[in-house]
Design a protein around this ligand. Structure first.
Ligand code: SF4
Length: 399
């Protein structure tokens, strides 16, 4: 796993600050929002707002400067264009954005109005206004060539106007960047919020909303909130009515897989406007660890439901993908729908993968899968590798 948070030895009585990392460059541009990464190769140069000193330089002459921050070896991955936040009083460094990553996401709040039984990021009712403030500073420092940026939480819509401010900031500073927001969709039950988001006019915004059952009481059970199903369905319809792209997300576990084919029919019949449906494997984090037995089911054991759901959605013309599943546990006919969806910083492969011919095509595992993974993980042989031509879903391959 790539480390995104680290403790620094140094402490200083100063305000937290957000800065872009400069690495492998000469002198600074006089932009105090840039910190130079100094290692054995690069000498410190003037013109930067601060200096990150690589492991081994903490005893050197620069270390005594108030604007120099010795960092642990685990942060040696920091690259030119990354954005960090340093909290001098607590000695924390947080990697907010990695320029070379395709998995950048902005966690805007830890608060949430649902309490999903499998939440990988359990909500906390804490004062976390600094998150939005920090990202409002960070967005202008991100590369305009960033392909995609996520918004997540908690529930971002609880932020109200501050969420709108974030979306506007992305529209203005990252006009070429796709913005994908995860939301439980309940606040979009208010048409006014859907309208306000639409009126920002972000050129490429999609909102991913989870739906766990075709039965209201089953969905409400999973999210632990009465009335949530009705609010979410109305929210999805309001967003579509206002012209905002929506994605439906279904996390697959023992409480949701049984009626997955019925849910697929419900989506195709009632929510055909959805731009994408993502059927997602479970991440073994947060509440999943507490509720492991009632949630865990070997993905190989729900192949029939998954295949039935994908076939139905695909045949009804919907854009459907499978996230967070390994190719060796899927029917071969589903391989064209499988995406390498796990964020790079927490994506791993296991011993069986070393000898697997499909390694480059397979999305692998969450780092947390060491807690529980399918018992049917098997390396695949070269004759089973998907042909190059099988890049679009056909459902014609034979399992
Ligand atoms: S064995 Fe192959 S198909 Fe299975 S998880 Fe590893 S890389 Fe993927």
């Amino acid at each position: 796993m790539i480390k995104l948070h680290a403790r620094l030895e140094k402490r200083l009585d100063a305000e937290p600050f957000v800065a872009r990392v400069a690495r492998g460059r000469g002198g600074g541009r006089g932009d105090l929002r840039e910190v130079q990464f100094v290692d054995g190769q690069d000498e410190p140069s003037p013109g930067y707002g601060g200096y990150l000193l690589a492991e081994g330089l903490e005893e050197g002459p620069w270390a005594a400067r108030p604007d120099a921050w010795p960092i642990p070896e685990a942060l040696g991955h920091l690259s030119d264009g990354d954005v960090v936040r340093i909290s001098p009083r607590s000695g924390e460094l947080w990697v907010m954005y990695r320029r070379g990553s395709t998995s950048n996401s902005m966690l805007l709040t830890e608060r949430c109005n649902s309490y999903c039984v499998m939440c990988s990021q359990p909500p906390r009712d804490v004062a976390d206004d600094h998150l939005v403030r920090s990202y409002l500073e960070a967005i202008p420092l991100m590369s305009r060539e960033t392909n995609e940026l996520g918004i997540t939480g908690g529930e971002p819509t609880l932020l109200g106007d501050r969420l709108l401010e974030i979306i506007r900031k992305c529209r203005d500073h990252l006009p070429e960047t796709s913005l994908h927001m995860l939301s439980n969709g309940r606040m979009f039950n208010y048409l006014s919020l859907s309208r306000e988001v639409a009126e920002i006019g972000h050129p490429d915004l999609m909102i991913g909303v989870p739906l766990y059952s075709d039965l209201p009481h089953r969905h409400d059970f999973v999210v632990q909130a009465d009335g949530a199903f009705d609010q979410t369905i109305r929210g999805l319809m309001n967003l579509a009515r206002c012209g905002v792209s929506v994605e439906i997300r279904v996390v697959l576990h023992r409480q949701t897989v049984e009626r997955l084919p019925q849910l697929a029919r419900f989506i195709a019949r009632n929510l055909p406007f959805a731009d994408h449906v993502a059927l997602m494997g479970l991440e073994m984090m947060g509440f999943v660890r507490m509720n492991l037995e009632p949630l865990w089911i070997d993905p190989a054991d729900y192949r029939p439901q998954l295949t039935g759901a994908v076939e139905h959605l695909h045949r009804r013309g919907m854009n459907v993908s499978i996230y967070n599943h390994q190719l060796c546990v899927l029917d071969r006919g589903l391989w064209p729908f499988a995406r390498k969806s796990i964020s790079d910083w927490k994506n791993e492969y296991v011993d069986e993968c070393v000898a697997c011919a499909a390694r480059d095509h397979c999305g692998g595992f969450f780092a947390s899968s060491s807690l529980r993974r399918s018992s049917r993980i098997r390396p695949l042989t070269p004759d089973m590798i998907p042909p190059e031509s099988a890049t679009s879903p056909t459902l014609s391959a034979t399992p």
